[in-house]
Write a protein that binds this ligand. Sequence first.
Ligand code: CTP
Length: 390
Amino acid sequence: MRIVVGITGGIAAYKAPELVRLLKKQGHEVRCAATAHALEFTTRATLETVSGAPLYSDLFASGGTEHISLKDWGELLVVAPATANIIGKVASGIADDALSTLLLAFSHKLVIMAPAMNSDMWAHPAVQRNIETLRGWGIRLVGPAEGELACGTSGTGRMAEPETIAEAVNSLFLIPHSPLGRWLVTAGPTYEKIDSVRFIGNYSSGKMGFALAEALAEAGAEVELVTGPTHLNATHQRINVHRVESAREMYAAATGLFPQCNGAILSAAVADYRPAEQADHKLKKQGDQGMTLTLVQNPDILATLGTMKQPGQRLVGFALETDNELQNAEGKLKRKNLDYIVMNSLREAGAGFGVDTNKVTILGADGSRMESPLMSKQEVARMIVSTVAP
Ligand code: CTP
């Protein structure tokens, strides 16, 4: 991944070069951005040497647009340490130096913050309120840890260790704030029978849905995975697999399971139509004539769950769009009463059906928007789970 490490002015800034070194060792590309105060605790030369790239610390150094090009370059911004000051600035929308400006520009991308401050500062209601604001926007927090503080006391406020932050980067925060309970996932294609040997299907492999089920199970959920025909097998023991074939079978399984679930992610590529007549024998050719199949509409599972949804239940849909992507996905989010919609764009190379990678944008009913880098479907699944889980 392309990671920007942002460093602010706390004593733990002396550990930032170690974090940069670890991330580089794990194969990430890293650039650094630092506040003027951070450079009291670590140096430009150190950060440029370990990252192998020029440091971004002056808003006007190269014409005042570096924050935009760095935002376009970076896929993830990790602020370590994050002082009470930077947390407060972001929560209030203040952009008065290089790093705070970059942070606002990063609003649709992944941000991880590792707070570090004195324990009384951490406990201050203003800081706690700001933290809740950041969390609500999808900013991931690692730490602070308990232990000795620079001021000679001990308590909660130490920056998480560089190893812990690097781990958080790699797991993309698969640690929910509260227990997940039971989740329903739909995956794969559906097959709509024409006769005893033929069907209408699609190219969905089921990989995204299986990866979501694994990510949910890894995060502690019990998973009910309703899947259309696929060769995949679930590996986690907390995943119950329900194999179905047609949209109507998937509908019956999903609507039956949803009332016992805390949330549902519907990633299946459900056939919108099925043949009006489904023969139990093999249809024979009719001389030289062509053949006309009459199709009737299948039930919309996602829309039905949207009408069944109870307070506290989360419902997440997928959208595969080619044109007017954001607008169409937002329309679906509202129409189907969803909490989140995960948008796949068919225009992205390496995203969508059949391939092992994906790149998505997650839109929230609260107006939030989060873009993922192009990552493996496992990583995208983790990011989705950590965004949509409560
Ligand atoms: N979906 C579903 N049941 C269906 C059709 C779709 O549960 N019969 C779900 C998919 O699993 C996905 C979402 O609906 O989560 C989006 O499906 P999509 O086919 O893109 O949306 P539609 O609402 O069918 O809209 P359109 O075909 O107009 O794009």
